[in-house]
Design a protein around this ligand. Structure first.
Ligand SMILES: *Cc1c(COP(=O)(O)O)cnc(C)c1O
Length: 457
């Protein structure tokens, strides 16, 4: 341990004073406090109890370049000395912020030439929400207010983020969604299209968007928003052709297309952005997480020139955050992108580690608890089933298996997430072949160990 922390005391204080994110406060109390993560290097995190854990989640889908990047520390320190903060409200901007905007515009390419900065993925989606409605108002179509999203989508935890998202259990808290958000079915073949031809299933999911547009009235619909592949919903990778259908529907009705790239961006799927991997062209692209590999909080929205031209007719766009374009975060993000470029991590994910992960997961298909494995670049999932060859769940209901297997994985030295009956992973893009082998071996061992508990449900 780099510092001599009093772990027992930290756990006690954690219970006493600290409220964790997306958690049951009582559960943490009953556990005697959270796991104290003290330090990390490469693809491993270390906790206060002396465990070294392979980080199959890249933190929270974000540490794309891995831990321990000294040059990110240095660039942050340099920028803090020179200019620790300045805002973009006063017709002012810091140098790294401008350069990062240029860099992102180069990576998104095409018509996405403008970038609005925020501090989190949720804020990026709030920016999308407000900008899209303002755009339609300025275009003389003020009735276009409705956003169409998917059930089980994740777009963040602010009021707009939860509303745009499709997590029913999140809607239940805080009386959400706010009006003006419509949800349609998700392209989750294993869960909802099992037994059907996947391409046909994808077409039907896309068609549900058109049906909803017609039900709401195309003149009222502002935008469709979706993650290229759903992350927090359980690494749901749409069938081939789905996004092409969605894009065609959006174009047919003149509706803006928003690709939430907060997870899929920055090499995760084997291209810089998920929409490039899946072959469609959005009008707005919120991004965060891998933008700075989580070293500092920053997010961005790439916006098409057409939208920006319309926004220019409206005077002040009265939106923005204190930390929009934060110079230190921007400097770190810029250097993070340079690392991804210099080490060829995007092509490596596409040509080497992504396919290697797919093969390692495919070898788990012979395990009787595994219903399906799937991956896109270095985003992967294992579906846990009660009967081989089916999508039947343990206990006959959804959601029992994931947490049980996840807990075994963590115990065995691998951090993964259990989402309903799915184990999901999103390791650093720097992960090696032997670390991918370890990851798959730990999942197999953990499935074996969880079996008795699954049978007892
Ligand atoms: C994480 C995530 C968000 C929210 O980002 P925060 O930084 O947690 O606010 C939004 N969209 C997607 C797709 C995400 O995965």
């Amino acid at each position: 341990m780099p510092r001599n922390y009093d772990i027992a005391e930290l756990k006690r204080l954690d219970v006493k004073h600290h409220l964790p994110a997306q958690q049951d406060f009582k559960l943490i109390e009953d556990m005697g406090g959270s796991r104290i993560v003290t330090h990390a290097e490469g693809c491993y995190i270390h906790d206060g109890d002396g465990n070294r854990i392979l980080d199959g989640m890249a933190g929270l889908w974000c540490v794309n370049v891995g831990y321990g990047r000294e040059e990110l520390v240095e660039v942050a320190a340099e920028q803090m000395r020179e200019l620790p903060f300045y805002n973009t409200f006063f017709k002012t901007v810091a140098p790294p912020t401008v350069l990062l905007a240029q860099k992102i515009a180069g990576l998104t390419g095409g018509k996405l030439q403008h970038v609005f900065f925020n501090a989190s993925g949720s804020e990026a989606n709030d920016t999308v929400f407000r900008m899209v409605r303002q755009y339609w108002k300025l275009k003389g179509e003020p009735k276009r207010k409705v956003f169409i999203s998917r059930w089980n989508a994740y777009h963040g935890s602010t009021v707009a983020g939860v509303s745009l998202g499709g997590m029913k259990f999140m809607h239940e808290q805080g009386d959400l969604p706010i009006p003006g958000v419509e949800h349609v079915r998700q392209p989750y073949w294993f869960g909802e299209g099992f037994g059907q031809d996947p391409v046909q299933f994808g077409k039907e999911c896309a068609a549900s968007i058109e049906e909803r547009i017609l039900a709401v009235g195309p003149e009222n619909v502002a935008a469709f928003i979706g993650e290229p592949a759903q992350g927090a919903g359980g690494v749901i990778i749409p069938p081939p052709g789905y996004w092409q259908e969605v894009e065609a529907i959006c174009r047919k009705y003149g509706i803006l297309l928003v690709a939430d790239e907060v997870i899929c961006g920055f090499g995760r799927t084997g291209e810089w952005f998920g929409h490039q991997t899946l072959g469609f062209t959005p009008d707005l692209v919120p991004m965060a997480k891998g933008l700075s590999s989580g070293y500092l909080p920053i997010s961005a929205v790439a916006v098409s020139s057409e939208i920006v031209e319309v926004m220019k007719t409206g005077g002040d766009f009265v939106h923005g955050f204190t930390y929009s374009g934060h110079p230190v975060c921007a400097a770190v993000a810029l250097r993070n992108i340079e690392i991804i470029e210099r080490e060829g991590l995007v092509a490596r994910t596409r040509d080497d580690t992504g396919p290697y992960l797919a093969k390692a997961l495919a070898r788990l298909n012979d395990h009787p608890l595994v219903g399906e494995t799937r991956s896109l670049g270095l985003l992967g999932a294992v579906e846990i089933v009660a009967e081989p060859g089916t999508n039947k769940r343990w206990g006959g209901t959804e959601g029992n298996a994931g947490p049980l297997v996840r807990d075994r994985c963590i115990e065995n030295g691998l951090m993964v997430r259990g989402i309903r009956d799915t184990i999901v992973m999103c390791p650093p893009l720097t992960i090696s072949h032997s670390q991918i082998d370890d990851l798959a071996a730990i999942i197999r061992k953990s499935l074996d160990e969880a079996w008795p508990a699954l049978k007892a449900i």
